[in-house]
Each structure stands twice: as C-alpha cells, then as structure tokens.
Design a protein around this ligand. Structure first.
Ligand code: AMP
Length: 195
C-alpha cells in the first residue's frame, strides 16, 4: 500500500467519464496525504456559486462539451500555485486535450515541479453507459453520456500515448469492484516499472 512516504506524489488520474476517477482519487489522496484536485468539482462549485466562471461554463457542462483550454489553464494554474499542493497532488479531470497536457507541463515547469506518474483507469465503453444510466442524474441522459464518451475518445485518449512516450504511464483495469481497483492503483504506484 502506498502512504504519505511514497516518493510518487504528483499524479494524474485519467479515464473516461464514469470510470470511477472521483471515488479512487478520494481514496488515494487520503492514503498519500495529498489534495485531490478535480477540475470538474471546481467548475461545478463555480456554477453553484453563480460566479463569472460558473456562468461562463454552465451551458457547456450541461451538454458534456469541454470548457476552452485558456479558461482551464487559468483555473488549474491558480490551483496548482497554492501552498497545499507543493508536496503533491492528485489531479483528476485535467488535462483533457493534448494542448492542455502541454500547458500543464508549462505550469508545472514554472513551479519547478514535474509529474511522477499518470494513472489511466480503463473501462469498456458499454459498461460506462450502463453505469451512467443506473446513476441517472439530470445531466446523465444517454445522448449526453455518449457525447462525453466520444469527446473522451477523440480529445483525451491521445494523452495515453503522450504520457506513455514519457515513460510515466501506468494502466489500471477499472472494470472490477471498487476495492480491487483501489488495490490495483496502489500496486501500480508501488511498482518500479511503467506500462
Ligand atoms: P468531470 O467531472 O471531470 O467529468 O467534468 C465535468 C465537466 O466539466 C466536463 O464535462 C467539462 O464540461 C468540464 N471540464 C472539467 N475538466 C475539464 C477540462 N480539463 N477541460 C475542459 N472541460 C473540463
């Protein structure tokens, strides 16, 4: 099991919508003692607060479309400059495009930081649709779900190759019970190699 002494402290969690990133991020961030930073949560909080950012992104989010890269760069740049993430963080929901991945390099470079590992949660698409329909929140209409998955496939999945080429990618089978996924994440973080 990884804990607060783990040398691997600056992490990305990547995976399609409904793969369980939020749940696993909460467990891992507790085990590692590092904050979980979820751009989806930050944007939802902005919408709930009715802030300028919230008003700007509310419609896009409802449709399952992506917020533009420049806006996201400001949101993430501000968050990662905060004191509480100096010693580590678990980023969930960002980057979602290759351009965002390059921006993240720039943000971290300016802070003198670099990513230690990128964890990819893999779940078959049909399973994700089934899970989302079972949850059936207001924004989980099948059409929106399928759109989110298509956006993932086209815009976000290329990040897997991007980070594989860097040698920091670790793939995890997310199509298993929650506790098994958690153990697989711990093993992936304890292991030396990458895949
Ligand atoms: P999530 O909870 O990560 O699925 O994010 C919910 C919604 O927030 C997404 O469907 C997007 O509309 C928006 N969002 C979150 N993170 C990003 C990002 N990195 N780039 C663009 N849009 C984002």
């Amino acid at each position: 099991m990884v804990d607060a002494r783990s040398p691997v402290r600056r992490l990305l969690l990547v995976g399609p919508p409904g793969a369980g990133k939020g749940t696993q991020a909460a467990f891992l961030s507790e085990a590692l003692g590092t904050p979980a930073v979820s751009t989806g949560d930050m944007l939802r909080a902005a919408v709930a607060a009715g802030s300028e950012l919230g008003l700007q992104v509310a419609d896009l989010m409802k449709r399952g479309a992506l917020v533009d890269d420049d806006t996201m760069a400001r949101v993430v740049g501000g968050r990662l400059a905060a004191e509480d993430v100096r010693e580590g963080f678990l980023l969930d929901g960002y980057p979602r495009t290759l351009r965002q991945a390059e921006t993240l390099d720039g943000i971290l470079g300016q802070l003198g930081l670099k990513l230690d590992a990128v964890l990819v949660l893999e779940v078959p698409e049909e399973e994700l649709v089934t899970r989302a329909l079972a949850r059936s929140r207001e924004d989980d209409k099948e059409e929106v779900i399928r759109h989110r998955l298509a956006v993932y496939r086209e815009d976000t999945a290329p990040l897997v190759d991007f980070y594989r080429e860097r040698g920091i990618l670790r793939r995890i089978d997310g199509h298993q019970p929650i506790e098994k996924v958690t153990s697989a994440l711990h093993s992936a973080l304890s292991a030396e190699g990458t895949c």
